[in-house]
Design a protein around this ligand. Structure first.
Ligand code: S3P
Length: 435
């Protein structure tokens, strides 16, 4: 499905952020291997988290899903199978487009007493899996993949695991979590040290579930543990909210309120970056929801200026670079983004995908090996641009269409459903004209 977005005269309204994708994945996975029963509210409506739920069901876990209203999201009731209770699936497990599903589930499948095979779509089958296979193999897992054990489909033989000490080569929460989840069933301690902080939802949830886990700065240690199911109220997804925040800042006549946004410091780099660019962003009614900090976010028309993004802030905003790039194009002066090579191995190569459409839209932008440079001019030309079937590129294009000189036609716009199925309807409700 292709969609065209045109600029509204005014952009105003209130949006409830959908349930956080990262927290939703973990809430299903961890409760599925917990003792007892849990209710997960405001579960992410995106296809990625449905892939995780489908895999857990295929492994024998009883999960009931009720569809919620627009403001409340879906509810899951999960009957935990216990740490050893999963059973062999009778088919190949399908992670769809979801890197988080494939990498975290690998940590869960590695030490089982049964075999599994897991695959995904074209994009996921081209993303690097060697980074998880290496430490899991050191723990004793037997995992095979295509291209010399670097690509899915992945085959897991199962078997006993032992704890390891591992220095992460990249600040990846997926890699860290895969090792921690394997560590729950490994003999002895598993110790990880990270080069930089990455999202810490796994550590927070494991702690709340009673696992033997210790966090000390960039070091995390986990021991063999049984975990208890816990109810989770999933906070709103800051990665989804970021699109409306940027829309509110770059549109000349805007005020957007996004309710219930998770502002965990390991996720909120986008707010810091946009505020540094001069963005009028206010956090209102800061509160705690199930161990995660949450606030309502108000974004209003701003005069943005360019910035430099590099170093330890990058893992805290990596998923938001495609939409930060739109803010940079609408800002004054240059924005330089470095230390972002991870973008090259996301759902698409997001450095090329972003720079390609910006250049086609008349923006002075250059791809670099580990980032990009964008010279802001406050102007984005209309036209037809490819989402490359990447949800975050599609949504960034949609927001660009709300400020571009002529309408923007987004090719393959429906992929927004990977994280945010209601995105286009909400864009329309905020005044963006979609057809
Ligand atoms: C995620 C971790 C990040 C992020 C992804 C979700 C997670 O990936 O980009 O969208 O839920 O753990 P990396 O771990 O590869 O950095």
């Amino acid at each position: 499905m292709d969609l065209t977005v045109s600029r509204p005269r005014r952009l105003a309204g209130e949006v409830v952020a959908p349930g956080d994708k990262s927290v939703s994945h973990r809430a299903v996975m961890l409760n599925s291997i917990g003792e007892g029963q849990a209710t997960v509210r405001n579960f992410s409506p995106g296809d990625d988290c449905t892939s995780t739920m489908g895999i857990m069901r295929a492994l024998g876990v009883d999960i009931a899903r009720t569809t919620g209203s627009d403001d409340a999201g879906d509810t899951l009731v999960i009957k935990g199978a216990g740490i050893d209770g999963l059973r062999a699936a009778d088919d190949v497990l399908d992670a769809g487009n979801s890197g988080t599903t494939m990498r975290l589930m690998s940590g869960i499948l590695a030490g089982r007493d049964f075999k599994s095979t897991m695959t995904g779509d074209d994009s996921l089958r081209s993303r690097p899996m060697g980074r998880i296979i290496k430490p899991l193999s050191e723990m004793g897992a037997v995992i095979r993949g295509r291209e010399n054990n670097t690509l899915a489909p992945l085959e897991f033989d199962g078997g006993a695991l032992n704890g390891i000490e591992y220095d992460l080569p990249v600040a990846s929460a997926q890699l860290k979590s895969a090792i921690l989840l394997a560590g729950l069933r490994a003999e002895g301690k598993t110790r990880i040290s990270q080069p930089d902080a990455s999202r810490d939802h796994t550590e927070r949830m494991l702690k709340a579930m009673g696992a033997d886990i210790e966090v000390d700065g960039l070091n995390v240690a986990v021991g063999e543990s049984q975990i208890n199911c816990v109810d989770v109220d999933v906070p709103g997804d800051i990665s989804s909210a970021a699109f409306w925040i940027v829309a509110g800042l770059i549109h000349p006549n805007a005020e957007v309120v996004i309710k219930g946004v998770g502002i965990n410091p390991t996720r909120a780099g986008v707010i810091t970056a946009l505020q540094d660019m001069g963005g009028n962003i206010e956090l209102v009614d800061e509160r705690d929801v199930a161990g995660e900090p949450v606030a309502d976010v108000v974004a209003t028309t701003s005069n943005l200026r360019g910035t430099e993004l590099a170093g330890s802030i990058m893992p805290l905003l990596m998923d938001e670079v495609p939409i930060i790039a739109v803010a940079a194009a609408m800002a004054e002066d240059e924005t330089i983004i470095r230390d972002a090579a991870e973008l090259r191995v996301k759902e698409t190569d997001r450095i090329s995908a972003t720079v390609d459409w910006l250049v086609a839209a008349g923006v002075e932008a250059e791809a670099r090996e580990d980032g990009m440079a964008i010279v802001g001019s406050g102007r984005i030309a209309g036209g037809t641009y490819q989402s490359q079937d990447d949800h975050r590129i599609a949504m960034a294009l949609g927001i660009a269409g709300m400020v571009s000189e002529e309408p923007i036609r987004v090719v393959e716009a429906s992929c927004a459903s990977i994280s945010y199925p209601e995105f286009w309807d909400i864009l329309q409700s905020l005044g963006g004209i979609v057809d």
